[in-house]
Design a protein around this ligand. Structure first.
Ligand code: DC
Length: 227
């Protein structure tokens, strides 16, 4: 096993809006570890496809786009920063259009397969915090610490509503609640890499926890599990 492959990995999987991005970045900063935002990997493929006019049924070209991805991640106090082709894309990857395209791209098994090695290449000493849907079940199945970060649909919709209000965007709570419910169902029921906890994952329900409490709980799990 190479030095990179033996670096410890903490996987944080869970549904949309559970706070994985914020928590992963904070935990990575505390541990001084690298970070992988795998949702941003799918969003980057979607972004490139939209920019170059590649259709979602053109698997061969989508796979070419996967091979060309030049991505970097760094943990910040507000979440994980993503750099694509040397550019900090900021909110461009978070747009609704990219979000919808990324969920279609993420349902294609050949695309998921083409992105496996890229995701694994972020495993480097002193360690990696990997956030997504299938980090503990597929990509880093051998990770020594696995967390499934959950929260009720109502609480996740409330948090997103608050964030959007702060940005001055007006979306109703009911609409966000319904969208999250539908997205959860699609993510859980899809045949490739559904969003489910790994058998050896610790489930952390953040519904009634602050970000600080979630970070502290996860750090204690890491410190208990590693020598
Ligand atoms: O977490 P996110 O919203 O940035 O994810 C974008 C899309 O990618 C979303 O549809 C879920 C999907 N995804 C996935 O299928 N597997 C992952 N490991 C991460 C994200």
């Amino acid at each position: 096993m190479s030095r990179a492959e033996s670096a410890p990995v903490l996987t944080i999987d869970g549904p949309s809006g559970a706070g994985k991005g914020t928590v992963s970045a904070r935990v990575a900063l505390e541990l001084g570890w690298n970070v992988l935002d795998s949702g941003a990997v799918y969003r980057s493929v979607a972004h490139a496809a939209l920019e170059r006019g590649v259709q979602v049924d053109d698997e061969a070209r989508l796979i070419e786009l996967c091979a060309e991805l030049d991505l970097g991640f760094s943990p910040g106090h507000d979440g994980v920063q993503v750099c694509l082709d040397g550019r900090d894309l900021g909110d461009a990857l978070r747009s609704e259009e990219v979000g919808v395209m990324s969920s279609r791209v993420a349902a294609i098994s050949s695309v998921r397969h083409a992105l496996l090695e890229l995701q694994r290449s972020f495993r480097r000493p002193p360690g990696l915090v990997a956030d997504g849907r299938d980090m503990g079940t597929v990509v880093f199945e051998d990770a020594p610490v696995k967390v499934f970060l959950d929260a009720s649909v109502r609480e996740r919709a409330r948090r997103r509503h608050q964030q959007l209000k702060e940005k001055g965007e007006s979306v109703t709570f009911d609409r966000l609640f319904r969208d999250l419910e539908a997205r959860d169902r699609r993510d859980r029921e899809r045949s490739v890499a559904p969003t489910l906890p790994a058998a050896d994952a610790v489930i952390v329900d953040s519904t009634r926890m602050s970000v600080d409490d979630v970070v502290a709980r996860i750090l204690s799990l890491v410190r208990q599990s590693l020598p």
